[in-house]
Design a protein around this ligand. Sequence first.
Ligand code: NCD
Length: 311
Amino acid sequence: MIAVKNIRHLVEPEDFSIEEIEQLVSQALDIEQHMEKYQTACQGKIMASLFFEPSTRTKFSFDTAMLRLGGKLLGFSDPDTSSAKKGESLVDTIRVMSSYVDIIVMRHPKEGAPKLASEHSGVPIINAGDGGHMHPTQTLTDLVTIKKYFGSISGHSVGFFGDLKYGRTVHSLIRTLVRFGSKEFFLVSPEELKLPEFLKQQLLAQGCVLHETTDMEDVLSKVDIAYMTRVQKERFFNEADYLRLKDSFILRASKLANAKENMIVMHPLPRVNEIARDVDSTKHAVYFKQAEMGVYIRMALIMKLLGITVE
Ligand code: NCD
């Protein structure tokens, strides 16, 4: 049975309550098991994916999600093929697109662009990543992965590795884990790529304990979740700094020798070379499964924002 309710947006993870996130996660796990139940849920609906920045997983997992729900798609993955190239403002693009489609997924290099879009859209806007700021749907993907492997979202020790300064997936996830009750985090990054000060202050004010270190192996032996990230080349102002920092922390299978039995290695992907290929065949590597989970949670999200429920 299919029913329709009101409009919502997902710009920041905080746009959903903890209970709503838990419902999405449970539904995603149900979708993983019973995909067939959902195949006509979005029949007659159109999703636009407007990607002003490159993407593989986020764009195609959203597209797959909508197609698996029986909906239709349009959009661009290269803004040079849209009127943005002619100088059209984002607000105008959104006003027009929201009169064409039922839901819009957008990625943009400018922090705050999806927020602005949501203020001018008559249909739900989903932030698929805004600059170095937030990536709420990757956070949902991460949470459903954690739930799948541990049976619960909270109560696990987490280490973040790599580019904690520009990595929007880290910013979104850490803020959300705190809402779920996590308080202690291990932060492993080069000095120049530490978690931004404003975010650190927010976390400290909420009573978090942050262990900033460069001792990768020590952290790998302590945590339940090792969340690896790529050094975000596109956010650097100069190539020399990127080249100097890009290989700061490389995870190899040999470094997992003292890891806990059930420890999982996550990565939003794409990886460049921060995870060596020999990690892929260890029991700890879950990043490809994590990317798959992204489809199920995005199916749950699209239905939620369109006010569609499947019994
Ligand atoms: C991430 C992103 O775009 O922020 N990728 C993704 O959406 N899965 C991480 C990254 O690009 O490094």
